[in-house]
Write a protein that binds this ligand. Structure first.
Ligand code: NAD
Length: 257
């Protein structure tokens, strides 16, 4: 089928959780599209031994411009620091709040510390990432775009995901609420809800384990890979989506059908 060429030349994109999995693919996608990319993550490189090169170096090797700012998104002051760092590259035009964690636990076993950890990163990181990026865009008079990473678990219950799913349901309503209030500033806020994607966050997805999980999840064709995701983020961040806000695009290969 046809292709769409994205062009983000001259724009600065912050991707949280850009060192691994979906965030790494999205950051690289924006880099390939000409954006200056800042990866805001607690670590620079993925844990995957086959891919130790930090994301910003991968983008630079491909001819792009990128930087890494060590950031824990559960600390709003650290999100402020990365947005300040982005000012050194002209200021954030696109904010991708993607950092996420999961602890696979049955509902009855979730301790307050598990709840707080997962909420602090997944929902707190997206909430203050959206709010602080928007404040900076408003200060600079930029009609930017924000894309949050939700999940199909925002609307579909799954075993061992209760606390995680609650954060993603929160991300979905955060996206709509912020879109409503930021529209008058020309700032659009959308989300992408990935289905099951083979990344570090999902235990047991490497190699042979994958086909077994595909079967148990009843996927229509195949499990997703990180490279299935950038297109949706690039679209939502671009002017092609200038009349799209508060929306969540599901990228799950039909798994939720
Ligand atoms: P991943 O583990 O490969 O990537 C998550 C990244 O977030 C890592 O680079 C990690 O270092 C970073 N991170 C963790 N805590 C952080 C913190 N406090 N501050 C900054 N960065 C932090 O997993 P992934 O699958 O690529 O996850 C990316 C996003 O996609 C997450 O929000 C996740 O919930 C969501 N998601 C994943 C799937 C899936 O099946 N993989 C499905 C739906 C949604």
């Amino acid at each position: 089928m046809g292709t769409i060429d994205a062009n983000f030349a001259g724009e600065t994109v912050v991707v949280t959780g850009g060192s691994s999995g979906i965030g790494r693919a999205v950051a690289t996608g924006f880099g390939d599209a000409g954006a200056t990319v800042i990866n805001a993550d607690v670590r620079a490189a993925p844990k995957d031994v086959d891919a130790e090169t930090p994301t910003h170096e991968v983008i630079e090797e491909r001819g792009g411009t990128a930087a890494f700012v060590e950031t824990d998104v559960s600390e709003p002051s650290q999100i402020e620091s990365v947005i300040e760092a982005a000012r050194g590259f002209g200021g954030v035009d696109v904010m991708v709040n993607n950092a996420g964690v999961h602890r696979s636990l049955e509902f009855l076993d979730v301790a307050p510390a598990d709840f707080e950890f997962v909420h602090g990163v997944n929902l707190g990181g997206a909430f203050f990432g959206t709010q602080l990026a928007a404040k900076d865009m408003i200060d600079r008079g930029v009609a930017g775009a924000i894309v949050n990473t939700s999940s199909t678990t925002a609307e579909r219950a799954e075993w061992n995901h209760s606390h995680y799913a609650a954060t993603k349901g929160g991300v979905q309503m955060l996206t709509r609420s912020a879109a409503l209030e930021l529209d008058r500033h020309g700032i659009r806020v959308n989300a992408v809800a990935p289905g099951p994607i083979a990344t570090e966050i999902r235990e047991g997805w490497a190699g042979e384990a994958r086909s077994a999980i595909e079967e148990s999840e009843g996927l229509p064709s195949r499990a997703g890979t990180p490279d299935d995701l950038p297109g949706a983020y690039l679209y939502l961040a671009s002017d092609a989506a200038s009349y799209v806000t508060g929306e969540t695009v599901w990228v799950d290969g039909g798994a939720s059908l």
